[in-house]
Design a protein around this ligand. Structure first.
Ligand SMILES: Cc1cc2nc3c(=O)[nH]c(=O)nc-3n(C[C@H](O)[C@H](O)[C@H](O)COP(=O)(O)O)c2cc1C
Length: 399
């Protein structure tokens, strides 16, 4: 077996814990497995029997396209008696075979893909208690399709799906295969699909995501990966809506120059307004800070999602509010900060703002109303605001 330098070898520890082989008996020699029954001397001098499977070693590969899609296989696994989802993988041809070459060969044979970029993601022991198999994991990128070349006894389907979807499937327990779970989570973390610093994130259940959600109002300028933004949008699109109408329309702005221009127009529009007695406190704030010339309604967010809806639809505001809440909860579960932004709703009929939004592609004032928006991005201090909430209002009366 190959020597892998995983952790520092500690001679004293080895002497204290190691078992010494006394006898060995080959009881089976197969095509991929060799089974031995050994007797060993334990550290306390006693004797024990160890059954061991000797395996040449294997590789597994997660192929990822430039737009975040991955290829997996659906393959019948005889010992389990079922078709399972797995990443491309295969055993080494011999003890001497170069591991990267083996990975390239297996990827090409099983999926027809070749890759220009290969990243070694380390190795793992799939069954250390009774087998010496070592599986080395690779991330394969910059892919090209050249045509599958399966072995005569190999039957499998290749499936393409978004990496965040596969991560969600792994987290939900829908992918029991060990190598697939390991390589998917490692690659996802490396590619930023699972944020690096996390406390809850994809481990959060719905209630935790709801109860820890607070508004984030300071953002890092960097754009989160598109796959994360898309998951937040999907959460919005999955919100409940009157008669399942699905009339919401989400506009996503990520261009810093466009966001900056919008902030200036919003500031100018509020600066022209006057505070009146009894006015809503947040609106008073928008007007007074705008008059001072310092107002930035979206908190320098890297992503602004505008929620619009049909102007003539009675549930426009309610449906969009549900969508915005879904997006805020999803953002929290993905370790992204978010804040409900109301100013574009207040300026729904403000000509200068709507005219500029129209140039960006937002629907016209006659047909679409803007009911709100969402600032979204990495929180300035790494994780979204999760300050515990003191709930004093929002009364409940049981009748
Ligand atoms: C309908 C609605 C409009 C809001 N508008 C704004 C806004 O324009 N700007 C802002 O900073 N926060 C806005 N918020 C966020 C609230 O201020 C915030 O949810 C509230 O203070 C509770 O704090 P939390 O979100 O941290 O729990 C809005 C929230 C809702 C539900």
């Amino acid at each position: 077996m190959r020597h892998y330098d995983i952790i520092d070898y500690n001679a004293a520890e080895h002497a204290r814990l190691a078992e010494k082989q006394k006898t060995t008996e080959r009881i089976f020699d197969g095509k991929i497995l060799h089974v031995a029954r050994d007797t060993v001397e334990l550290p306390n001098g006693h004797e024990a029997v160890r059954e061991k499977i000797v395996h040449v070693g294997a590789v597994c590969i997660l192929p990822v396209t430039a737009d975040g899609q991955v290829y997996v296989e659906r393959q019948f696994r005889y010992p389990l008696g079922r078709v399972i989802t797995e990443v491309p993988a295969g055993k080494l041809d011999s003890d001497e075979e170069d591991i990267l070459e083996a990975a390239k060969r297996e990827l090409k044979e099983e999926t027809g893909l070749t890759a220009k970029t290969w990243t070694d993601l380390g190795l793992f022991y799939p069954a250390a208690a009774y087998c010496d198999e070592v599986i080395t994991m690779f991330l394969a990128q910059e892919l090209e399709q050249t045509g599958q070349k399966l072995d005569d006894d190999e039957f499998l389907d290749v499936v393409k799906l978004p990496l965040p979807q596969l991560v969600a499937d792994v987290m939900a327990g829908r992918v029991p295969d060990a190598k697939t779970q390991t390589v998917v989570l490692k690659a996802a973390r490396l590619l930023g699909v699972i944020p690096q610093e996390r406390t809850g994130g994809l481990h959060m259940d719905a209630l935790e995501a709801i109860f820890t959600r607070r508004s984030t109002r300071k953002f890092k300028p960097e754009l989160p990966p598109r796959a994360l933004i898309e998951q937040v949008l999907e959460a919005g699109r999955s919100g409940p809506c009157g008669h399942n109408s699905q009339f919401s329309h989400f506009y996503v702005i990520t261009d810093p120059a466009q966001l900056e221009r919008l902030a200036v127009l919003v500031r100018e529009a509020f600066a022209k307004k006057e505070v009146t007695p009894g006015m809503y406190a947040s609106l008073v704030n928008s007007i007074t800070v705008s008059k001072k010339g310092t107002y930035v309604f979206h908190y320098h967010t890297p992503v602004l999602i505008i929620a619009a809806n049909r102007r003539d639809y009675g549930n426009a505001m309610a449906d969009n509010a549900c969508a915005l809440e879904n997006m805020m909860i999803a953002a929290n579960a993905l370790d992204l900060g978010a804040c409900y932004i109301n100013q574009l709703h207040w300026l729904d009929e403000e000509k200068s703002v709507r005219a500029y939004l129209r140039t960006l592609g937002v629907g016209d004032t006659e047909t679409e109303t803007i009911t709100g928006a969402l600032s979204l991005g990495y929180a300035a201090d790494g994780l979204p605001n999760r300050t515990p909430r003191q709930t004093a209002g929002n009364e409940v009366t049981w009748l």
